[in-house]
Design a protein around this ligand. Structure first.
Ligand code: ADP
Ligand code: MG
Length: 458
């Protein structure tokens, strides 16, 4: 049943006229990046042609073209392939120049014999997604170490390596990094593809009665990497085919690397035997980012781009855009693009202005822990002093301010706040709130501090 539906879907998609495909790609951008990005970068592009797997778009200016190439190239190809899997590369031209952005994709396009399931279709790798560009922090250190290990190992260390984590946290980045490293430094043959592409190829092979060629391409490889395996959940025959490929490779001591948005046991719609098999090797998860990691990523992006952006702005972004790294990068790109387009200096105020909609979407309740951390940082006291019984003036005032802010910025009750401050009584919290309230009226310095802290927190 699943297969019939899929073939139908493929048939339907290839009937979508190319310029309509471009509309669909724009819609995908809208979903993923929001209206502002589409307005600034996607809408100005016009569709020119589509032939032999190469789509040509035209950009009004070289600046816009370069910007899209540098920031959205990879996604553009991916989105287009979702709609028409025959598309191999996209070229953006301006009136006077041409730009081929992806040599891998171009290579693939040239190699493209028109056979229904092509051999050695490795899928394009994004040149930016390397180990060198991957910032390591607590949330991703295990996944990173495992990825390095797979690259360096002489014998297969764990099979499969299963990387999982929420959207935009760096799974694909790590997968590409592994593939690059193996492809560039070793004689091992590696195939990287999304589960979606695996499925498309398989379905096409079935449709053209050429599953032999499809299977053949995996026979001689050393490393198979499948990204976003959750995609084949519930797609029974694709799953079955993957299971066979997987077993054949593992039995022959070839490395398999898989990524997903959930752990193997949480992959609903995945057959039990497959789930358990996926969990046999090393399962490494990527946790949600921390403030430190987000700041590190922003700093490295800025370093690479030789732009100067005030630290305050980066701290602000790292603090505010907490959903995932993709959105964080998107925010930074918007700030930079805006500054370049209007020729304005990048300041905290401009940033808040440019990102208004995004900030609203990321608006979240600040937690008592964050308040404690921010206040401790601001007054250079230790975080533990927020909970300690120390009564020196140096720590009492910041602690009271943190209690006050907890009361006004969170829905927590006085007893709850007391508990979070080392098990203090609710009357202590009430006293602190009253005290700071009074001081705000009489002490301009303290009042300014509180205003600043509030602004940093919400
Ligand atoms: P996922 O596949 O988990 O949805 P991606 O690997 O596509 O996420 O990451 C989204 C974006 O964030 C990419 O542009 C990637 O380069 C970037 N990114 C994610 N994690 C990191 C990191 N630790 N260091 C640098 N960039 C990162
Ligand atoms: Mg991904």
């Amino acid at each position: 049943m699943a297969e019939g539906a899929l073939v139908g879907f493929l048939g339907a998609s290839s009937e979508v006229l190319p310029h309509k495909q471009w509309d669909l790609v724009s819609c995908r951008f809208q979903q993923e990046y929001g209206a502002a990005v589409v307005r600034s970068w996607i809408k100005p592009l016009t569709f020119c042609s589509s032939a032999s797997g190469i789509v040509t778009l035209s950009a009004p200016t070289p600046f816009l073209r370069d910007w899209v190439v540098n920031n959205y190239a990879h996604r553009l190809v991916e989105f287009w392939q979702e709609i028409d899997s025959a598309v191999q590369s996209i070229i953006i031209v301006t009136a006077h120049e041409q730009s081929f952005w992806d040599t891998t994709a171009r290579q693939n396009a040239q190699d493209n014999t028109e056979s229904p399931s092509r051999v050695n279709d490795f899928g394009a790798l994004d040149p930016k997604l390397t180990f060198e560009n991957f910032i390591v922090g607590k949330p991703n250190e295990l996944a990173y170490a495992a990825a390095r290990r797979v690259v360096d190992a002489v014998t297969v260390a764990f099979n499969p390596l299963f990387l999982f984590g929420g959207v935009g946290l760096g799974k694909t980045h790590l997968m590409h990094a592994i593939a690059w490293k193996i492809r560039n430094n070793q004689s091992r043959q590696v195939i990287y593809m999304s589960a979606e592409k695996f499925m498309y190829q398989f379905v096409r092979a079935v449709r053209f009665k050429d599953t032999m060629t499809f299977k053949e391409q995996f026979r001689s490889i050393d490393v198979l990497m499948i990204d976003d395996i959750q995609f084949i959940c519930g797609k029974d025959s694709t799953q079955e085919e993957f299971f066979h490929t997987f077993n054949a490779l593992v039995d022959n001591n070839r490395q398999v690397i898989v990524s997903a948005d959930k752990s193997p046991s949480d992959l609903e719609g995945m057959e039990e035997r497959m789930r358990s098999r996926l969990g046999w090797g090393l399962v490494a998860d990527i946790h949600p980012t921390t403030y430190e990691l987000r700041l590190g990523i922003l700093q490295s992006k800025v370093q690479n781009s030789s732009l100067s952006i005030p630290v305050k702005v980066l701290e602000f972004l790292a603090h505010k855009i907490t959903s995932n790294v993709r959105e964080l990068e998107g925010a930074l790109n918007r700030v930079i693009a805006n500054a370049q387009l209007v020729g304005r200096e990048i300041t905290l105020e401009n940033t808040q202005d440019v990102l208004k909609d995004l900030l609203r979407a990321n608006d979240r309740r600040v937690t008592i822990e964050e308040i404690q951390r921010k206040v401790a940082e601001h007054y250079s006291v230790r975080l533990t002093d927020m909970h300690s019984t120390r009564r020196s003036n140096q720590v009492v005032r910041p602690r009271q301010i943190a209690m006050y802010l907890s009361k006004v910025l969170t829905p927590a009750s006085l007893p709850e706040i007391g508990r979070k401050f080392g098990g203090r009584d609710h009357t202590t919290v009430m006293h602190a709130v009253k005290r700071i309230d009074a001081l705000i009226g009489s002490d301009p310095l303290l009042s300014e501090d509180v205003r600043l802290l509030k602004r940093m927190l919400v």
